[in-house]
Design a binder for this molecule. Structure first.
Ligand code: MN
Length: 197
């Protein structure tokens, strides 16, 4: 099957002023689209072309000779997931099951905010910060470059892209300001709660 670029779940300008339409034009329209195109080219005519995106990621994650396929597939998956983790007028203190989980596993919402930001700032170079379920327990995790928790058997609940291309047009080098805006104004906690059901 051909892997397709998913539509954004909102208009390109819907997350302004926190993430600009210009950022989405490049990030979704060029970067994400580029990973999709590259991936389709790399698996064309191979048995992997018949697999789902998740299976391509799992089947190539341990094999160094397939790192180009893994990197592009993981980036396709990570970006599709990241778009869904945000919504207009999102962010702030969640309600529902995730709030209870933050309290029981991470010491509460404020502690989550502090540790999620610290993880984002301390990720050296490109990567992603995640809230994942390891078994039944909530954890904050970081991955480098394209790496993704689904290659390691953890269930992702939330992610933020900390590659410079995610924030440079809007925040330049201020990754911390981008992470603050993400947590205060953008996180789609409804989406995260749905995954806990
Ligand atoms: Mn990105």
């Amino acid at each position: 099957m051909l892997i397709k670029l998913p539509e954004l779940p909102y208009a390109k300008a819907a997350l302004e002023p926190y993430i600009s339409a210009k950022t989405f034009e490049f990030h979704h329209g060029k970067h994400h689209a580029g990973y999709v195109e590259k991936l389709n080219g790399l698996v064309k005519g191979t048995p992997l072309a018949e697999e789902t995106l998740e299976n391509i990621i799992k089947k190539t994650s341990k094999n160094e000779s397939q790192s180009a396929i893994f990197n592009n597939a993981a980036q396709v998956w990570n970006h599709s997931f990241y778009w869904q983790c945000m919504k207009p007028k999102g962010g702030g203190i969640p309600t529902g099951a995730i709030l209870d989980k933050l309290k029981s596993d991470l010491g509460g919402y404020n502690k989550f905010v502090e540790e999620f930001k610290a993880a984002g700032i301390s990720q050296f170079g490109s990567g992603w910060v995640w809230l994942v379920l390891k078994g039944k327990k909530l954890e904050i995790a970081k991955t480098s470059n394209a790496d993704t928790p689904i290659a390691h058997g953890f269930k992702p609940l939330l992610t933020v892209d900390v590659w410079e291309h995610a924030y440079y047009l809007d925040y330049q080098n201020k990754r911390g300001d981008y992470l603050d805006a993400y947590m205060k104004n953008l996180i789609n906690w409804d989406f995260i709660n749905l995954q806990l059901i």
